[in-house]
Design a protein around this ligand. Structure first.
Ligand code: NAD
Length: 263
């Protein structure tokens, strides 16, 4: 533990349980002295998020479904009332119907498309707009994305298209908010077994393929994504914005699967 985040306050959005990537980031920044607030989606998750927040010394835990504009306004108003300002936000939120995460992308319905785009891409814009008001001394906004935004990954389908919109939003938001000293970045994480990931068809095959074919020959952990997140949220990355940073065991650099002896 250190004090790279000492004196900084931030909001963590997207903890569902202790396997959540948002939780990996929360632990890393808390370990460097950051003070944290959390949002959760729906009453059912409060039961899981409350004890995790307590583990990192936080009792500022606020309900916030990102499809509910009034709930978003209320959550940010509550944080403003408690803290006045914030220094960073982690956006680790995505959703698509399970039936849109298997088979063919061409079968996506317009309802599935709109719903997933709203939660997985537009919500970053909605969060940035509200966070900005509290970032009077500048700040850092971080989201989570995946390589399926750039290349076709079987079954990732609609979520890949939503992540492409999310990554483009990172760049446009970085340009909008840069003059205010607010940075916006994404981490493109390798596959990790989380609640959200369990909705993706044949997810186990994605894990196995990454393990066999990435330069490091293994998958990444939420702690590794957490440490990279800490860098993006701290002043260590003060010159970095609009960036998508890979934490994927190097998988993205490969142009072909690893050759076996028999190939
Ligand atoms: P997770 O299930 O732990 O987290 C997803 C979170 O999204 C949950 O906390 C859920 O409550 C929240 N969410 C969904 N709909 C919401 C809504 N309407 N309002 C508010 N919150 C909502 O899974 P995770 O894998 O930690 O996902 C976090 C982020 O990381 C997601 O953006 C995901 O796409 C991304 N990501 C995951 C992987 C992976 O392999 N797990 C890889 C790269 C990127």
């Amino acid at each position: 533990d250190g004090n790279l985040m000492k004196g900084k306050r931030g909001l963590i959005m997207g903890v569902a349980n202790n396997r959540s990537i948002a939780w990996g980031i929360a632990k890393a920044v808390a370990g460097q002295g950051a003070e944290l607030a959390f949002t959760y989606q729906g009453e059912a998750l409060k039961r899981r998020v409350d004890p995790l927040a307590a583990e990192v010394g936080s009792d500022l835990v606020v309900e916030c479904d990102v499809t509910d504009e009034a709930a978003m306004d209320k959550a940010f108003a509550e944080i403003k009332e408690k803290w006045g300002t914030i220094d960073f936000v982690v956006h680790a939120i995505a959703f698509a119907d399970k039936s849109a995460l298997e088979g063919r992308y061409i079968d996506t319905t317009v309802e599935q498309f709109k719903h997933s785009m709203e939660i997985s891409a537009f919500s970053l814009v909605a969060v940035a707009k509200r966070a900005r008001e509290l970032m009077t001394e500048g700040g850092s906004i971080l989201t989570l994305t995946y390589y399926g935004a750039e290349k076709v990954i079987p079954n990732y389908n609609l979520m890949g298209v939503a992540k492409a919109a999310l990554e483009a939003s990172v760049r446009y938001l970085a340009a909008d908010l840069g003059p205010e000293g607010i940075r916006v970045n994404g981490i493109s994480a390798g596959a990790i077994k989380t609640l959200a990931a369990s909705g993706i068809g044949d997810f186990r095959k994605m894990l196995a393929y990454g393990e066999e074919n990435s330069p490091l020959r293994r998958n990444v952990t939420t702690d590794e994504v957490g440490n990279a997140g800490m860098y993006m949220l701290s002043d260590l990355s003060s010159g970095v914005t609009g960036e998508i940073h890979y934490v994927d065991s190097g998988y993205n650099v490969m142009g072909m699967s690893v050759l076996k002896k028999e190939d």
